[in-house]
Write a protein that binds this ligand. Structure first.
Ligand SMILES: [Zn+2]
Length: 182
């Protein structure tokens, strides 16, 4: 896999607006210390949709599945999270994970109403559904395997790699925090 330099992050030329729709700010962001330590781990890697799109980063995930929906070539992906968490979820439910939003360029994030410090901008957040699996079941399993950022929206679940627990439901923008899923 080829890694690219960071300079073009944020470029995006609009276009696909399929996944537009309600995706309000994911959550209050972690306090500064935690936010820093989270970004210091630097597990997100850069890829090119054109060059790397068809490559796998885990047995059931290709790089193109994580692209920004604006059509930007650059893709940031927290590959550790994909390998160690999403792949596990895929195997546990034995069903395809249908990613609706992962990496977002700055422009695209703005367009879909994402928070300005969204984990999606860092390639560390993943919105998806699994056919025939209730979102609550995904949340429970995600909690069991140690995922700290879990938000259930109306039509999808959001998982991210934050290090301080934040569980919530977001119903059309109305946010309710949740102590435990299990
Ligand atoms: Zn999200």
């Amino acid at each position: 896999m080829k890694e690219l330099k960071l300079e073009n992050v944020g470029s995006g030329d609009g276009g696909d607006s399929k996944d537009r729709g309600l995706h309000s700010p994911d959550s209050p962001y972690s306090p500064p210390q935690e936010a820093n330590s989270a970004s210091n781990k630097q597990s997100a890697r850069l890829f090119s949709l054109l060059k790397d799109g068809e490559k796998h980063i885990a047995p059931n995930f290709k790089i193109k599945e994580f692209r920004s929906k604006c059509g930007a070539d650059l893709i940031l992906i927290d590959t550790d999270f994909v390998k160690n968490k999403l792949q596990k979820i895929r195997e546990y439910f034995n069903e395809a994970i249908l990613i609706t939003s992962a990496y977002r360029s700055k422009e695209h994030n703005k367009k879909v109403g994402g928070s300005s410090n969204s984990y999606h901008l860092k390639g560390e957040a993943f919105d998806f559904t699994i056919k025939n699996i209730p979102l609550i079941e995904i949340a429970k399993y995600a909690e069991n395997i140690g995922i700290k950022g879990i938000i259930i929206y109306n039509n999808f679940i959001h998982l991210d790699s934050r290090t301080v627990k934040y569980f919530a439901r977001n119903n059309n923008g109305k946010i309710t925090t949740v102590a435990k899923w299990n």
